[in-house]
Design a protein around this ligand. Structure first.
Ligand SMILES: Nc1ncnc2c1ncn2[C@@H]1O[C@H](COP(=O)(O)OP(=O)(O)O)[C@@H](O)[C@H]1O
Ligand SMILES: [Mg+2]
Length: 518
């Protein structure tokens, strides 16, 4: 093996050629081509000018070995096997020609591959007619990022001027690699940020220290009704902050710029925002300062909470209505007790007192009074029973929904078909809800529908129980007109279900409630 680390100086022509190569390579690296194209041109420039046959460039990979990332040859035919081997093989530090340059950080020269002990690709190289080789490191300020190697057809003595020149080129190429990697990383980060901005469900708006919009994502376009082109560079407060809140917003920004203090940064706050059509709506907002040198910029995440607020208000109203229904129900009981049962019992008490004074008059007098008293007591009991039915149907608790619905249908003055009712027992909340939907539905039919016929069906599926009460009457049922249907809707919605009334004039009425069973 004849490998010389400090080769001799070359002749005049060589020095001239090397100078030309350095200029050409520097120009190629300065031009913004992609990595593959740049490597190919650099290999061709060096190889052609030196009259060498094959050149390859290696980069240190993520798993810390050298991989060939570009290859060039002067005249194609018999080097194919060597080329494909070079493209396939990887080298650890110290291994083969590229690995040994990586290990030492210095250029290396092989006079004749046949005689070199550390050249794993020797057979293929010889079959390709390649004998001499040199290789130099691609150096970045942070260390070696790769190597570049060249092969010639004849054994060649080392050339010091050539290797010196290649060391210079190795530094230039190293700067190129580092720059390209930085660009690549920046590009990836940009693509990632772009994807996040595009996919976000919340509005993401970025503003500079003067409050001008510099970024407005698609969700912001959707929520506020502006395109990002329309708002870019405009004062954010003018566009999306309601006029009444603008002075506060500006003061807050000023205070932050002067003191670095803010009541809003990095917290979730609820505020009012304004759309392009000047309508105002509630939002949840989190603002953060972007950690970059220079004047501060801020990014805000804004969530439209209109629906949430609406649902909260609905829930509150529905709770209030349920409380009101209970109070009304209590008043009704009080009134019924007072007007009904109490009257009968008072009358009975009077009658008994009268009887007590007449006992001496004998059975002829007391007998009829006793019969009257009996009738009054029966009426009172009937009134009580009537009342109890309104509070909680005894049949429901004792005999289940199917029987209770049959009893409701029996009592209804309109002809009712029970199309389907559950035969099995269900959780109490479901049975009670179904009972009230049918009871209110049939009461309404008797009171308003002028119907010939009504149908009731309660079906229990895997996920939900469906209750339907329909009539062939005059239609025109309206949830907003009374309290009964509204109360049903509240009851059903409180169980996570849905309630709809389908009733156009002249076409009958259909109530449909769907309540989840689990
Ligand atoms: N089956 C029906 N057919 C026709 N009109 C109906 C029917 N059900 C309800 N309505 C109408 O819808 C209104 C609201 O019903 P509801 O909420 O039960 O109130 P109410 O407490 O008056 O019974 C009723 O006042 C009535 O005018
Ligand atoms: Mg009603």
């Amino acid at each position: 093996m004849k490998r010389v680390e400090q080769p001799n100086a070359g002749n005049q022509a060589m020095v001239h050629a090397l100078a030309k190569i350095e200029v050409a390579v520097a120009r190629t690296l300065a031009e913004a081509a992609d990595a593959e194209e740049t490597y190919h041109r650099v290999l061709a420039e060096i190889g052609t000018a030196l009259g060498w046959e094959v050149g390859a460039v290696w980069e240190v990979s993520a798993v810390d070995d050298l991989c060939c990332v570009g290859i060039w040859q002067a005249s194609p035919p018999e080097t194919l096997e060597f080329r494909s081997l070079t493209e396939r093989v990887t080298f650890k530090c110290g291994e083969g020609l590229p690995g040994r340059v990586w290990a030492t950080g210095k250029p290396a020269w092989i006079v004749d591959i046949v005689e070199d002990a550390n050249f794993p690709r020797a057979h293929a190289a010889v079959r390709a007619g390649l004998r001499a080789a040199f290789c130099f490191p691609i150096q970045s300020p942070r260390g070696i990022v790769g190597t570049m190697e060249f092969f010639a057809r004849e054994p060649q003595e080392p050339n010091g001027a050539l290797l010196g020149s290649m060391a210079v080129l190795g530094n230039l190429i190293g700067q190129f690699v580092v720059r390209r990697r930085a660009e690549h990383a920046a590009h990836r980060r940009q693509a990632l940020t772009g994807a996040i901005l595009r996919a976000a469900l919340d509005a993401i708006i970025t503003m500079d220290q003067e409050g001008r919009i510099v970024e407005f994502n698609p969700a912001a376009e959707r929520i506020f009704g502006y395109t990002s082109d329309e708002v870019a560079g405009h004062d954010m407060a003018e566009l999306i902050v309601p006029p009444s809140l603008r002075p506060g917003h500006r003061k807050g920004l000023m205070r932050y710029l002067e003191t670095g203090q803010s009541a809003y940064l990095d917290r979730r706050v609820e505020l009012t925002a304004m759309r392009a059509d000047r309508s105002e709506f509630p939002v949840e907002l989190a603002i953060t300062r972007i950690d970059l040198p220079g004047p501060p910029t801020f990014t805000g995440f804004i969530r439209d909470i209109t629906d949430l607020k609406h649902a909260e208000a609905e829930l509150k109203a529905s709770r209030a209505r349920l409380v009101e229904i209970a109070a009304t129900e209590r008043r009704r009981l009080e009134r019924n007790l007072h007007d009904g049962v109490q009257q009968f019992l008072n009358a009975l008490s009077l009658k008994l007192r009268l009887m007590a004074t007449r006992v001496a008059d004998g059975p002829d007098v007391v007998g009829p009074l006793l019969t009257e008293a009996q009738a009054e007591l029966a009426t009172a009991v009937e009134a009580l029973r009537e009342l109890a039915r309104g509070i909680h149907p005894a049949a429901l608790t004792e005999e289940g929904l199917g029987r209770a619905l049959a009893a409701l249908a029996d009592r209804c003055p309109v002809d009712v078909s029970l199309i389907e009712v559950p035969t099995q027992r269900l959780p109490e909340t479901l049975e009670v809800a179904a009972y009230y939907v049918v009871a209110e539905g049939l009461t309404n039919i008797a009171k308003y529908a002028e119907a010939d016929h009504a149908t009731v069906s309660v079906t229990v599926g895997q996920k939900a129980m469906t209750i339907e009460v329909a009539d062939d009457g005059c239609g025109g049922a309206d949830v907003t007109k009374g309290s009964g249907l509204r109360g049903l809707a509240d009851r059903v919605e409180a169980l996570g279900g849905g309630f709809i009334v389908d009733s156009s004039r002249g076409a009958g009425t259909r109530l449909r409630a769907e309540i989840p069973t689990s």
